[in-house]
Write a protein that binds this ligand. Structure first.
Ligand code: FAD
Length: 515
């Protein structure tokens, strides 16, 4: 027997629960009436609530697996026409390699962009080659298709199992960016569906504001469905070089000289190594020391080391010429002489280097861990202070994952895009790519790594380093406003022009859908 008050409370809670569930489920069921070539899934959508960061899991109400661009336009238009009364939001999901739920849509609709990826890629040869691709295509597939024509995209990310739409919504930065700019500087044209469900072609000449807005736009102004990407002749092989420094200022001076020189390497990155154990042996076993005797005598003695990583592209017939060229450039650098390591590999193998590491980590169950990554863009004039404060003090080891540091030239970026950059002509990408051991309370657990990130961010703030986050993560609009600085007004204007109801990319947490 349930006492009357308790019975009434249970009844009330029950009614509320039914009302709530109706509120969340009635609208998605109206999606079932839409005429799409692909299909919706309403159950077993856990994959759409996961990402590489492995920290945020928000289930959508539905996942659209589109077969055509108009499938996506139909559903966005449907939600747009419902007006502010509907709660539904829409997130494009590329390969879901975001870090903090950016490709998720809590109780909204996730569009699985990879369902479109099978569409034909069209390579155009000629003096200015390019390829037209679906935005759900993985960069690795684009590489393989272009190689059939002896061509390849110019600018990469370190890892190629990411979609075109996913990287163009951020920037796409790697060791080629100093010369070619990021991936968003190597796109001629896009097809975009706005937050009103309109399909637009955009480029420098046509709908230029939308074109620039979408590039680096965190998915806020439209879903990119196709892209035209600039290509160049593909090299067959690369010489892959690593040298060590014990002094940050010498290391960064050499990096800056290299990215400013005419005749230089094709890829320039760098790594920080603090208290790494067994350094010279596990550092890169496939690399051959130039002088094995000297290299075997090299001891890090617990020093912080900086590893400059370089490649030079070549085709087998020109191997001798390239060796001479490499020798000439290396002779101008001030690395520790016994630490010159070199290897030779195919272009594809080099570009697939992180995937090779992925396969190894997966086999040990170490890929799907939480990844509290922190990516920063640090102006050149402040990189020394940054290094002193962070590498020399806050960070006590780099055993939780690689720490990358390399400069790029701002002149290769287009300041009309949405990406936010530091003020100076040269800035550094500093990437703390850690992975957390679940349930560990030691300093390799999630919480300690998150507080380490916070200490780094606090230090940058207090020291006024003018640092900007790349792949930014904020939770309040004040923080976003500060992040965008003087670009905020343009960002807000573009939002109200292209997605006034804030339907798109809710996982970025920049705007709340008005209801
Ligand atoms: P998702 O995670 O699926 O989506 C990212 C964001 O873009 C979401 O907000 C989503 O809604 C939106 N989005 C996705 N597709 C579209 C579309 N078609 N139109 C509009 N919006 C869309 N970045 C670098 O710059 N350089 C690197 O070297 C690099 N290396 C990485 C290595 C690894 C192992 C990982 C996991 C990430 C790396 N990244 C790097 C970061 C990566 O570029 C971004 O996380 C990128 O967004 C991932 O692409 P995705 O296809 O998984 O996108």
């Amino acid at each position: 027997n349930i006492p009357p008050i308790r019975g009434f409370t249970i009844l009330l809670i029950g009614c509320l629960a039914i009302k709530l569930s109706l509120c969340f489920s009635s609208f998605p069921s109206s999606l079932k009436t839409l005429n799409v070539e692909g299909h919706f899934s309403f159950d077993n959508n856990e994959f759409a609530a996961r990402d590489f960061g492995n920290r945020f899991q928000f289930l959508p109400s539905a996942v659209l697996h589109p077969k055509s661009v108009s499938d996506i336009a139909t559903i966005i238009k449907h939600i747009w026409q419902k007006g502010p009364g509907s709660k539904l939001t829409v997130a494009a999901r590329g390969h879901g390699h975001s870090l903090q739920g950016q490709a998720q849509a809590p109780q909204g609709v996730v569009v699985s962009m990879e369902s479109l990826s099978g569409q034909e890629m069209k390579v155009h040869t000629g003096r200015f080659p390019y390829v037209d691709v679906s935005a759900g295509e993985l960069w690795i597939n684009i590489l393989h298709e272009c190689l059939k024509f002896g061509l390849a995209p110019k600018s990469w990310t370190d890892y190629l199992h990411l979609t075109v739409g996913g990287t163009l919504s951020n920037a796409g930065i790697s060791g080629q960016a100093f010369r070619h700019g990021p991936q968003i500087s190597n796109v001629h044209r896009l097809e975009v569906i706005t937050g009103k469900g309109e399909v637009r072609i955009c480029s420098e000449e046509q709908n230029a504001d939308l074109f620039h807005g979408v590039l680096g736009g965190l998915g806020q102004f439209g879903i990119i469905t196709r892209a035209r990407i600039s290509l160049e002749p593909a090299p067959k092989m690369v010489k892959w070089i690593r040298v060590l420094y014990s002094d940050f200022s010498t290391f960064s001076r050499d990096q800056e000289n290299l990215i400013s020189a005419e005749n230089t390497f094709d890829y320039i990155e760098g790594l920080v190594m603090i208290n790494k154990t067994g350094l010279i042996n596990n550092w890169r076993s496939s690399f051959n020391p130039q002088d094995p005797v000297q290299a075997s005598q090299f001891k890090s003695d617990g020093r912080t080391l900086f590893c400059l990583e370089l490649t030079k592209n070549f085709n087998p017939l020109e191997a001798d010429k390239i060796d001479q060229e490499i020798k000439r450039i290396l002779s101008q650098l001030s690395y520790i002489p016994s630490t010159l390591f070199m290897s030779e590999t195919s272009y594809v193998e080099f570009l697939e280097r992180v995937h090779t590491a992925e396969l190894k980590l997966r086999s040990k169950g170490l890929w799907d861990l939480p990844h509290p990554w922190l990516n920063l863009l640090v102006p050149k004039s402040k990189i020394q202070s940054f290094a002193e404060g962070v590498f020399g003090n806050i960070l006590t080891d780099t055993n939780k994952g690689p720490v990358l540091v390399y400069p790029v030239n701002k002149s290769k970026w287009d300041n009309r895009t949405s990406t936010v950059l530091p003020e100076e002509d040269i800035f550094y990408l500093v990437a703390f790519l850690s992975q957390a051991v679940p349930f560990s309370t030691e300093n390799d657990g999630l919480e300690p790594l998150l507080s380490l990130n916070k200490r780094i961010l606090d230090y940058c703030e207090v020291a006024h380093l003018g640092v900007k986050q790349y792949l930014p993560y904020y939770t309040t609009q004040e923080e976003w406003r500060a992040h965008f600085g003087k670009q905020w007004e343009v960002f807000v204007r573009r939002k109200s022009a292209y997605d006034p109801l804030a339907i798109l990319a809710p996982g970025q947490r920049v705007f709340q859908k008005a209801i």
